[in-house]
Design a protein around this ligand. Sequence first.
Ligand code: NAD
Ligand code: UDP
Length: 396
Amino acid sequence: MSSSLSLFCSSKTRFSPVVDTEVMTKHILCTGGAGYIGSHTVLKLTENGFKVSIMDNLLNSSEKVLPRLQELTGKETPFFKTDMCDAEAVDKLFAEQNFDGVIHFAGLKAVGESVAKPLWYYENNLTGTLNILKAMQKHGCKRLVFSSSATVYRPCEEPIDESKPLGCTNPYGWTKFMIEQILTGFATANPSFSISILRYFNPVGAHPSGRIGENPHGPPNNLMPFVQQVAVGRRECLSVFGNDYATHDGTGVRDYIHVDDLAEGHICALEKLFTMDGGCIIHNLGSGTGYSVLDMVKAFEEASGKKIAYKIVERRAGDLGTVIADASKAKADFGWQTKRGLKEMCESAWKWQSNNPYGYEDGPSQESGSWIQSLHLVFVLNFPEQGRLGQFYHTN
Ligand code: NAD
Ligand code: UDP
């Protein structure tokens, strides 16, 4: 095991050196590896000696992440532009490549969109997963880590451990719930397969280089990408959804986790799978600490030196006041816990957003733009306090 790897999987007795050496030579397929969490995990896997390939249809990501990964790792990551719903193409890929394990990030993930287009969500996320499982089974690839979500838990305001009751409120959540059921059943029926289900809380931040980060297409649904876009002048004002919750300042509290901590959690889980003879394990990945919307705004203002304009609006339907992980099981089982705090989350997010105001895209002309947007962006980045001309092109 490389020294950096042992730093983040810090449990005492888990791996013999023989297993560690074997793990380092494994070939891992990251489905959805061009996306936000996938790209950060590809980077960590590569840095830690794994051979990594990406399969993505680029529906919600950009091929431009690939040269940036190469720049950061010094290695080219093989990329397969494949739709996981194309069973034949997925099977061909597994037949041609010798994958030892899969980290399955690929999926559609916007809650609101899933309510509007449920069949698309069920078809993409479920059919895609079934195709991958069938190909794994056929070609003898027996280790899988799956990206699940805290959204599978029934509304619960206490710290949430893995034994809390499950139940979802939207089709996106149900796809995660159903895939979890499929994976547990599959692991029972195929005892030589080892599967890890990771339930993420709220991933934020970016790699400290600022070269890769979150790149939402269209208006962001989540808090931090929205805050970041306000900071660079792409949005005029953050709407804070309610200030009458039973929290310290009335705004919603969530468990934010730095995307690099999350990426490292996948490697710890994967390592764990290579020590197992089969079975399905389930873990939360969160920090166990909660911050409110206004805490996040303040921390981001400090990290960026920008004022974030916000207004308090009605609660968002379906939101809870507080959602926090109990992540002690991941620590106990594979020695993982978060290492990066709020400051690193916000500083890295700002580095990414300020260096790449339009993500991997070239600029405003690809969004809704005009020369006046470019001019405004330059103005905002140079004169933060005076730069609020947002009403001219506000894209909300
Ligand atoms: P993302 O959209 O950036 O990455 C997902 C990737 O999957 C994209 O690159 C997309 O192009 C690809 N993809 C989608 N459908 C595909 C298909 N049919 N074939 C091939 N590729 C396809 O999202 P992310 O934030 O990196 O999330 C990764 C995973 O983690 C998702 O499964 C998501 O549901 C889950 N998750 C994310 C969060 C979060 O807040 N970001 C929280 C909990 C769980
Ligand atoms: N939130 C907000 N304004 C936004 C987006 C989110 O006030 O534009 C709040 C939301 O009500 C919640 C917190 O920020 O309290 C985190 O929301 P997000 O959608 O990022 O994550 P989730 O609610 O899915 O955990």
